[in-house]
Design a protein around this ligand. Structure first.
Ligand code: SAH
Length: 664
């Protein structure tokens, strides 16, 4: 037995077995492959030290224990086909060749690739092929693989590797935001788009440099003949490289990628239509995680305040203030009366049921299309608590009552007459309620509700008046009202309260980064949140390429299930479609995301489908210019989507306690 064989056995005992490596083939092959031939002769005597060693081109051969840890995690089987990224000395390729049937190994430095090829040949390894290439695009011609091992650390898993891994296959790689410090992560592909993730601990590998890894460090000038990176990367490539591929919507870890927003004061979740199931389901999954794991306090959505208040009573098991009231009865009722939203409400009620009253997550509506319900709610509250004030309020709101059922008509009348009578009256009423609230600062949800309704009536009065002046003013009043409502809810819940907002992309993407803001002078909730909360607000947009959507062809027309046209080639949606990762999530603010951010700031078309969809005039009716990475902080993508499942209203609340306020 020569001194190297002895040293190798000692290494297996003391560095591997003693630290818990149990895998028989890993221990067998590491006890067999001569590590000393993979390093320079001057370093051979250190070959079995418990440390990494330098090799040519400024690279390193990893510490034996880390190599063993990776192979144990990869669990190579005799019939496996393996992709080894970062050949370096060729040592890991030789080990993989010992444990599996064939190995393709990729190295970006020609010098290292040539040397490794020579050493492997000398050792008689015939089932390993060395390729000189950029390993971050994988080896499409040789895929799929049973296992992929990377000995260089990147910011994320290159999409090509995920695609080139068989279902059931294992991928082990170092991942980290910094070039030279990472976590070792194992992914097991459990389905077409599903991966299970396991953390194996902190490590330090050399950086993975290439198209879908880190770029060459700016201060290191490489020989141009060495440059494998193409100079120009297409936008779909950039998107793919930055995208986090999301598991199936019903997978328990669907929303894990959104944990990064857990410390934000407000997480705003958008939608690119008001009738797409995936947008509701994804927002529900994300919200659920933020509430369950990160103690978010309430959800505020683009629905009318009184409708949402009925949902809030239901999910927090509060006594109904107006037992006969039914939510979401007006056009466009499918927007909230759908099975996807009903499931979320059922979950929230169940989640809350296990909690003490003060810990229950609340649900609110930010919108203002509810004049008559709001007036009824204010009067019901005052009737119960302060009959004198109720009489005054009736008189004040009297100026609006002829128009209550059709508030838009009020707008026309007010505009033509140019009167401010109602405005003064409704504002006076709001002031009264606000003063009352100051007098009873804490814990009266009924008063909070009445105050918000009064606020809404005042805003709605202005809104309907402004609608007829045809300017941006009415939109701005509506979004300012939504923002003010959100702000006052945050105030009411205190400085530690964090909130999730659900609203259309047009409300929560920053309007100043779109033609809404730049050409039409419109602002919105997202922009106001940024101005007020800066980085403490996360604006997350949603998008789709094609599929079906629930929408109407005109206001007050019946809902239809319509086909969404494939996105236009000059749109952002088309770029995401071309990236071929769906569903996925792209964080525009991620470290090292400069190239992507820049590319997504170049103005393009973005599609906005509301409750109305008119495919025939799609370009004019639904597309607007935007700068996507300025408009949102992140984007969630579903390539093909389906319409929400609209539901009917149950007749009687008491008959359907489980499904109220929906029947599914
Ligand atoms: N498995 C090797 C470890 C070498 S260090 C061994 O046992 O020696 C990691 C190697 O990854 C380096 O040689 C580095 O040049 C290579 N590398 C980094 N980025 C790469 C990329 N995009 N494609 C291929 N190889 C890469």
């Amino acid at each position: 037995m020569n001194e190297f064989t002895q040293a190798r056995e000692k290494m297996v005992e003391r560095q591997l077995k003693a630290r818990g490596i149990r895998h028989a083939r890993v221990l067998g092959c590491m006890g067999q492959i001569p590590r000393e031939v993979f390093v320079a002769p001057a370093l051979a005597e250190f070959a079995y030290e418990d440390s990494p060693l330098p090799i040519a081109a400024g690279q390193t051969i990893s510490q034996p224990y880390i190599v063993a840890l990776m192979f144990e995690a990869a669990d190579l089987q005799p019939n496996d086909r393996v992709l080894d990224i970062g050949t370096g000395s060729g040592y890991t390729a030789a080990l993989a060749a010992c444990m599996a049937t064939s190995v393709d190994t990729v190295e970006r430095h020609r010098e290292l690739a040539d040397e490794a090829r020579e050493v492997l040949t000398k050792l008689g390894v015939t089932n390993a092929t060395v390729h000189h290439a950029d390993g971050t695009i994988g080896l499409p011609g040789h895929a799929p693989f049973d296992a992929i091992l990377a000995a260089a650390g990147g910011p994320r898993v290159p999409a090509a590797w995920r695609d080139q891994l068989k279902i059931g296959g294992r991928l082990v790689m170092p991942i980290g935001d910094a070039r030279e410090s990472q976590r070792l992560v194992k992914y097991t592909r459990t389905g077409e788009h599903e991966f299970r993730e396991e953390q194996l601990g902190s490590v330090m590998f050399v950086p993975l440099i290439g198209t879908h890894g880190w770029s060459e460090a700016p201060d290191i000038r490489s020989d141009p003949s060495e440059a494998i990176e193409p100079a120009i990367r297409s936008l779909p490539d950039l998107i793919r490289a930055s995208a986090v591929s999301l598991p199936a919507l019903d997978a328990p870890d669907f929303a894990e990628a959104f944990d990064r927003f857990a410390q934000k004061r407000i997480v705003l979740l958008g939608e690119a239509s008001h009738g797409t199931a995936e947008f509701y389901e994804a927002r529900a999954a994300i919200t659920r995680r933020l509430i369950e794991r990160h103690a978010f306090r309430f959800v505020a959505v683009e629905a009318d305040w009184p409708d949402a208040a009925i949902i809030d009573e239901h999910v927090r098991a509060r006594a109904p203030a107006r037992p006969d009231a039914r939510p979401f009865r007006r056009f466009p009722n499918w927007m909230w009366r759908n099975a996807e939203f009903a499931e979320f409400v059922a979950w929230l009620r169940q989640h809350n049921a296990a909690l003490p009253v003060e810990k229950r997550a609340a649900f609110y509506g930010l919108d203002l299309y509810s004049l008559s319900e709001s007036i009824a709610a204010v009067l019901a509250y005052l009737d119960a608590h302060d009959p004198d004030a109720a009489r005054i309020a009736r008189e004040r709101y009297g100026c609006l009552t002829p128009w209550q059922k059709s508030p838009a008509v009020y707008g026309r009348a007010a505009w033509q007459a140019g009167f401010g009578k109602c405005e003064q009256a409704v504002v006076a009423q709001l002031r009264d309620l606000l003063e009352k609230r100051l007098a009873i600062p804490a814990g009266d949800p009924g008063l909070l509700d009445a105050t918000h309704n009064a606020r809404l009536i005042a805003a709605a009065e202005q809104y309907y008046r402004a609608m007829y002046s045809g300017s941006a003013e009415s939109w701005n009043l509506r979004d300012t009202h939504m923002f003010d409502t959100l702000q006052s809810l945050l105030d009411a819940w205190g400085p530690d309260a964090r909130a999730v907002v659900w609203a259309h992309n047009s409300h929560l993407g920053d309007a100043s980064a779109t033609e809404m803001g730049r050409i039409r002078g419109e602002l919105n909730v997202g922009q106001l949140c940024r101005e007020r909360f800066a980085d403490d607000a996360a604006l997350i947009g949603f998008g789709t390429h094609t599929g079906t959507v629930a929408a109407a062809s005109d206001w007050d027309e019946p809902m239809q299930i319509m086909h969404v046209r494939p996105s236009r080639t000059d749109s952002y949606e088309h770029q995401f479609h071309q990236a071929h990762v769906s569903p996925c999530f792209v964080d525009f603010r991620q470290a090292n995301g400069d190239a992507l951010r820049e590319a997504l700031k170049k103005e393009r078309l973005e599609r906005f489908i509301g409750v109305i969809y008119r495919p025939d005039t799609e370009l004019y009716s639904h597309y607007a210019q935007a700068e996507l990475s300025a408009q949102f902080d992140a984007f969630v993508w579903f390539d093909t989507t389906r319409a929400v499942r609209a539901t009917e209203a149950p007749e009687d609340r008491s008959e359907t306690p489980e499904t109220f306020p929906f029947s599914v």
